[in-house]
Design a protein around this ligand. Structure first.
Ligand code: ZN
Length: 419
């Protein structure tokens, strides 16, 4: 370990305390929560101490800017600091801290050599997780023009608080853009590092994952409507049980998987809200979320069609109505090959075992790669435990990832992928 690695680990240790869940190693730091706000304030100070200027855009994305060459485009690197409720401390947060330290290191080198051609920026994207406010990857979606700012700001959490109000309460909503538009600032390229959230790298002895494609995903929010009734006295044939209809969809999502080759489809229902959710009452309304994910867009299409047939049958047989109230989807698509190759070369230089890997989960880079040259990296995740308090990555892998990302940022700052 070098003193630079120690510096990273020291900041990482402080950072992991924000939103820590007592008695565990994990965190609860949902988007624009008090813990997210405290973390952002601390992170802003850290960046400012290193000479960065901190700005937020109107969607709550937090940027640290280091202008080395007035007017030059920026190499941008980052991830997200928000978490799922009761989640691991590495997901997203590691990427932001690794990005900050990679930029600190490259900035030192460029200041010393005086040959900077690009500027450096770190980003903490707002609401990547989409747990408190849907959809996920909200900040980077607005940034890349895939989601309207007004729609994002008007989104409410389960208590009816809007994104705009939640950000304002933390003083984390900026006035306008930080890049593009009238700012005159441009992003030249983007890099992100994340824990894998799967176990293949650990099993294969791979330290650096070169992400070459993302799985396709289709997420549905369904509303099942029946009729409220007494759960004891109402005759069975008179019932229109919304929870029964929803339960059939939950089971159908699991059974869909068996219609395809092993490993070709992942499905889940991650959220279920039952109304009135009361003893002695047959539910009148249930809202539920179902995710379909696959390395194949065709599998997603076929799975969707099959789910649709189930919906029609459940509506008929259980006499409930099932509507899709929102959808969020992305195709299987590749990361730019030049970025994969650049990352492979850096791993080789550092003698770090690397291999190509697909990402099953969505990341902010999934948005960014459609707008600028992008590099996406993984470090291993022990046993692939993810969205869980026990998520863990070895210190040596954290350090290797920072060193690797530093190499990538250095190359990007020299004009790799953009010259
Ligand atoms: Zn993440």
């Amino acid at each position: 370990m070098t003193h630079l690695d120690d510096a990273f680990l020291a900041d990482w240790a402080v950072h992991s305390r924000f939103g820590a869940v007592p008695g565990t190693n994990g965190v609860d730091r949902q988007a624009a929560s008090a813990a997210d706000g405290e973390q952002r304030a601390w992170f802003a100070k850290l960046l400012e101490q290193r000479g960065f200027t901190v700005e937020r855009d109107a969607a709550g994305n937090q940027f640290g800017l280091l202008e080395l060459v007035p007017g030059a485009p920026y190499v941008l690197t980052g991830s997200h600091m928000d978490s799922q409720p009761t989640a691991g401390r590495f997901d997203g947060a590691y990427g932001v801290m690794a990005s900050a330290h990679a930029c600190f290191r490259v900035a030192e080198e460029l200041r010393a050599s005086g040959d900077a051609t690009y500027n450096l920026a770190v980003v903490n994207w707002f609401n990547e997780e989409g747990s408190r406010f849907k959809p996920s990857m909200m900040g980077s979606s607005v940034f890349t023009g895939k989601l309207e700012l007004e729609a994002a700001l008007a989104t409410t959490d389960p208590r009816g608080i809007t994104v705009a109000d939640a950000l304002d309460a933390l003083r984390e909503r900026g006035e306008g853009d930080v890049f593009g538009g009238e700012t005159g600032r441009e992003v030249a390229s983007y890099a992100e590092i994340h824990v894998q959230q799967g176990r293949s790298m650990e099993e294969d002895g791979v330290t650096i994952g070169l992400v070459d494609a993302t799985w396709a995903a289709h997420k549905f929010e369904f509303r099942v409507t029946g009729a409220q009734a007494h759960s004891g006295s109402t005759l069975m044939e008179d019932r229109r049980d919304a929870l029964l209809g929803a339960a059939r969809l939950v089971v159908a999502a699991r059974e869909l998987v068996d219609e395809f080759e092993p490993g070709q489809l992942h499905t889940a229902c991650g959220e279920l809200n039952v109304y009135p959710n009361s003893p002695v009452v047959v539910a009148s309304e249930v809202e539920l979320l179902i995710d379909l994910r696959s390395p194949s867009a065709e599998v997603i299409r076929d799975a969707h069609a099959s789910l649709q047939r189930t919906i029609e049958r459940v509506e008929r047989e259980d006499r409930v109505r099932i509507e899709v109230t929102a959808e969020h989807s992305w195709d299987r698509n590749p990361y730019p090959e030049a970025g994969v190759e650049l990352a492979r070369e850096v791993a080789e230089e550092l003698s770090l075992p690397s291999d190509r890997v697909m990402t099953v989960a969505g990341h902010d880079s999934t948005n960014m790669k459609d707008t600028v040259p992008t590099v996406m990296l993984f470090v291993p995740s022990v046993a692939g435990i993810s969205h869980n308090l026990d998520e863990f990555t070895e210190e040596s892998d954290l350090v290797a990832g920072v060193n690797h990302l530093t190499g990538v940022v250095r190359r990007l700052a020299e004009g790799a992928l953009t010259a």
